[in-house]
Design a protein around this ligand. Sequence first.
Ligand code: ZN
Length: 281
Amino acid sequence: MRIANLAGRLVLITPDGAVDVHKASDGRFSSDPQAVYDRWEEFRAWAGGTDHGGAVPFDPADLGAPAPAPRQLLAVGLNYREHVSEAGYTVPEGMPPVFTKFVSSLTGPVTEVKLPAGGHTDWEVELVVVIGRAARGVPETEAWDHVAGLTVGQDLSERILQFEGPAPQFSLGKSYPGFGPTGPWLVTPDEFDDPDDLELTCAVGGEELQRDRTRHLIFSVPALIARLSGVLPLLPGDVLFTGTPSGVGLGRSPQRWLADGDELVSSIEGIGELRQRFTRS
Ligand code: ZN
């Protein structure tokens, strides 16, 4: 199953287009795309048990974030070995670095992003998990049962602010407006042959900059859910960015940053793609 946020309304994505959930369910489910995660099991049963007509074509530019207003947004750093090396750190063992992207940075999949003045803005394609069932102290073997679905994310990062001061402040440097594109839709785990092994790529102006597979995550999706839910409850609709593979601008020689007019395309196998255009003013 695929669901999306089309112009602020929850829709099912079918081969024929988008089906408005509020209308198709005769008002049983809210049109609010975030509200569905609080009734995820009930929604899945309804969505899977009915043949929903009334699909209409849509423009991907009208899509918003699949989970636009999570109570918590957790993001993980240093979760692919080659990225750990290029960033100049050592491989984390018990727990990877965890930070937040402030929720106001979340957007949909097709956007224009203003580059912060004087900044060094970098790309990080990432698999993003949305929680469907509250998780507290969940073992790895049960972790996928708590996942509503997967989507594509870009953890856009302004490196000067990120590393300014006596200690890095990941959250602030990664939370400028538009720095958290997600989408184009949420895909439930059962849609994948193996949800732990998905190819992710990103390119600027057609030049490929990152390509890896999620089986190379140091902390897999189940490992992250087990560790994080051992510290704090993960709530329905929470968003988890799982870390980026190597190939970011920070780790290049010479270093490279997003520039005025660049178009960044980020994709994950079996999900879809994000498309960001950057401007200086
Ligand atoms: Zn990241």
